[in-house]
Design a protein around this ligand. Sequence first.
Ligand SMILES: Cc1cc2nc3c(=O)[nH]c(=O)nc-3n(C[C@H](O)[C@H](O)[C@H](O)COP(=O)(O)OP(=O)(O)OC[C@H]3O[C@@H](n4cnc5c(N)ncnc54)[C@H](O)[C@@H]3O)c2cc1C
Length: 330
Amino acid sequence: MLPSPLPSESLTSESSVDSLDAETCRSLRDNQYNATLIERIDIHDDLFRVRVRPDAGIRPFEPGQYVAVGLGNWEPRLKPSQEENLEPKKMTKVVRRAYSISCPMISADGELAPCDKLDYLEFYIALVRQASDPKGKPPALTPRLYGLNQGDRLVVESKITGHYTLAGIDSGDTILMLSTGTGEAPHNAMTAGLLHRGHHGRIINATTVRSHADLGYEREHRLLMERFPQYRYLAMTTRDPENLDPAHPRYVGKQYLQDMFTSGKLAELAGDPLDPANTHVFLCGNPAMIGLVKAGEPIPARPGMLPLLSAAGFTNEVVGPGHVRFEKYW
Ligand SMILES: Cc1cc2nc3c(=O)[nH]c(=O)nc-3n(C[C@H](O)[C@H](O)[C@H](O)COP(=O)(O)OP(=O)(O)OC[C@H]3O[C@@H](n4cnc5c(N)ncnc54)[C@H](O)[C@@H]3O)c2cc1C
């Protein structure tokens, strides 16, 4: 899919660019940027898949890992987004954020495309226009990242890192991956990696998003399910009409992963008992879904997955079947 250029009036220079002339910006880019955006696939205005090719190639990495991506504070910010007032000395700095490496999963000619066999990195990134805490710092990177188009330059750190990987998994084990929103990214990389290495146990990739419009990889998941009977993609929503309107003919209520798990609906849809004896669990995305409770803190009224999984016999301490791994995005 070709990138759809953003209307120029949606980008604003704000204070940062006003104070740096075009020649300074050009020289900062030339000196610091080390990668090129080669393709941008817009799912909707606030969600995209983006492919980036680092100039120096890509060091070996494992599905599930992440890398830092950055842009200069001198780059314009997409509007509407929370206003940012930077001190002059910060204008020439690069802001970096971690991004899980996602995966196209299926190549243009219909072949399985594991992320570590490509000459680019794919990311799945939501635009954050506003900090969730009204007093919080304005989101620094994504309002700038969303201004980029094909051919534009940016920073990608050479070090790809992270412990959220497929280590210690046997080929017949059940893999249960649960995500919210763009937390699906590492699971897509893991899915393609598992299928590519001939994993024959069940692979369940379940995600909850607000609306069906937020499913950036639905077509690829359907194709994989047609080809690999051990693979199941479960897409669930919380804000579509069938989630909100009890009179809707297909009313299902809000499909939060926690409720789906405790009610047994997730196991039913997965077609698997999700037994800790042979199931590895991966949780990625919104911290409220993950539900990490620090020692001494009470479990909230709506617990996240970690306490629910613990009550069901899973653990995040011992590696092996029954093990839970998680990656919090904030
Ligand atoms: C290991 C790791 C991997 C990550 N991988 C991804 C990824 O693959 N895709 C991705 O979109 N983000 C990912 N993130 C989050 C990412 O690093 C940025 O925080 C995010 O893109 C927002 O950047 P920002 O500078 O615009 O705002 P920030 O100042 O970084 O964040 C502002 C606020 O935005 C909200 N937020 C952060 N990330 C998201 C998100 N993904 N969806 C909705 N709201 C969010 C939170 O409330 C956060 O406090 C990852 C984070 C970590 C730690």
